[in-house]
Design a protein around this ligand. Structure first.
Ligand SMILES: *Cc1c(COP(=O)(O)O)cnc(C)c1O
Length: 426
């Protein structure tokens, strides 16, 4: 198949994320990838600024991850998890329990972030059911959030950007408060939490859990908010006896400068979701962690079982990749490395402040965001990024970078310079 043929067949038959068939937007075939470089089928090389949506933290074609998978393929690639178990799953669960906040002690594996959110929501509902409070089936969350594309997860995404009107008859109505206004690094007093408290006072008896993305609201707006706010939410959840679910799918494994974004606030949720970077971007795997209290309550009350069990639960290849990825991360001086990337992103993106099209530039850990006045025109901007040798995928008014952690200072400079050149042409 030559490149033109491939593109034509792709246009005709293949859906892409948030896409239309026949829309004439550019799609670029990748032939291979290595380190921080994507190699296109036409021979061009791009510096990756996206880590394939926060996941490929060690870059592509990593010898250690490749080897871990080769070894596991030689043993067993997949086996059902009902009634059977295996070393990669047990070792990975144990490692996740060690790395996450201490109260989190049990792990439920699933295939994608969205499903891990469904699992978290079902766990919260089953927890209250087992405690004799079956009316608690709703969730309280923040506007501008993103938790995935399945129905439960969608119901707690931002109602506007999540297009809730389109699915109004099937989506459960949840409770929302405005996105936090106090920025990361700023103090935030209880006044900011007034509407949060009001919702809990009014609807607490129907609410199973608060669900939110800690510190970084990612796909819903790239909003970095105050650690005080998160601490305040934890306190309110305790006061009103509501569970707290932290969705660390985007933020987990160092991206925000701490291993988990919760660590910025020194809090622990009752349920935590991880995904995306869990396998270093090699395979799809997610996990939902809970406290002893939550798992013991679900397991001892009616119906005595947690009602979920994916076919590919704890896939051994995915678990082996995750174990190798976590070892690479935690054996490295990841915190200093993320601080290095943060400094380079701040320096490299600072000139964007001067552009008339830009309203804000913000950086946290290995996340750099340039917020524009107007939504970008993907049809012109996407090929411009490619022509400038970088892979950046904006959404709406947000152009952002979250490169693989292995990116060098030289490549970071090339990435931010190219971004600046493209933005100054729009
Ligand atoms: C990406 C994302 C999800 C959904 O994960 P999928 O693997 O795409 O299903 C959920 N929550 C957050 C915070 C995410 O960034």
């Amino acid at each position: 198949m030559d490149v033109q043929q491939l593109i034509a067949l792709d246009n005709a038959h293949v859906w892409h994320p948030y896409s239309a068939i026949g829309a004439d937007l550019p799609t670029f075939p990748v032939a291979s990838a290595d380190g921080v470089r994507l190699k296109l089928a036409d021979g061009r090389e791009l510096i990756d600024g996206m880590s394939s949506w926060w996941s490929a933290i060690h870059g592509y074609n990593h010898p250690v991850l490749n080897r871990a998978l080769q070894i596991q393929i030689g043993k067993v690639s997949h086996v059902m998890f009902g009634g059977l178990t295996h070393q990669p799953a047990v070792a990975l669960a144990t490692r996740l329990v060690e790395l996450t906040p201490t109260p989190l002690q049990t792990v439920f594996f699933s295939d994608s972030g969205s499903v891990s959110v469904e699992v978290a929501m079902k766990m919260a509902i089953q927890y209250w059911y087992a405690k004799g409070q079956p009316a608690r089936q709703r969730f309280l969350t923040l506007r501008s959030g993103y938790h995935g594309d399945t129905f439960g997860a969608m119901s707690v995404c931002d109602p506007v950007t999540g297009m809730h009107t389109l699915f109004s008859d099937v989506l459960v109505q949840q409770y929302f408060v405005d996105a936090p206004r106090c920025r990361f690094g700023e103090e935030c007093d209880d006044a900011e939490l007034v509407s949060f408290r009001r919702q809990l006072e009014q609807y607490g008896h129907k609410i199973a859990a608060v669900i939110l993305e800690p510190i970084v609201q990612a796909a819903g707006g790239m909003n970095f908010y105050s650690a005080d706010y998160l601490r305040g939410v934890r306190k309110l959840c305790d006061e009103f006896d509501v569970l707290l679910i932290c969705d660390e799918i985007a933020t987990g494994f160092g991206r925000s400068g701490r291993l988990f974004a919760c660590d910025h606030a020194g809090i622990s949720p009752d349920i935590m979701c991880v995904g995306k970077a869990l396998t270093g971007g090699y395979l799809t795997l997610a996990a939902t962690l809970t406290t002893e209290e939550v798992s013991a309550t679900i397991s001892s009350g009616e119906p005595g079982l947690f009602m979920h069990g994916p076919t590919f639960m704890a896939n051994p290849l995915a678990c082996a990749a995750a174990l190798a990825s976590l070892k690479l991360l935690t054996d490295s001086d990841w915190m200093a490395n993320i601080a290095r990337i943060e400094t380079a992103l701040q320096a490299g993106l600072a000139p964007c402040h001067e552009l008339p099209s830009v309203v804000d530039v913000r950086v946290l850990g290995a996340i750099g965001v340039v917020e524009l006045k107007e939504p970008v025109d993907m049809k012109t901007v996407q090929p411009l990024f490619v022509d400038h040798g970088i892979w950046v995928r904006p959404f709406g008014r947000l152009v952002y970078l979250m490169p693989p952690y292995v990116i060098s200072d030289e490549d970071l400079a090339l990435l931010t310079q190219a971004l600046l050149r493209v933005l100054s042409r729009c």
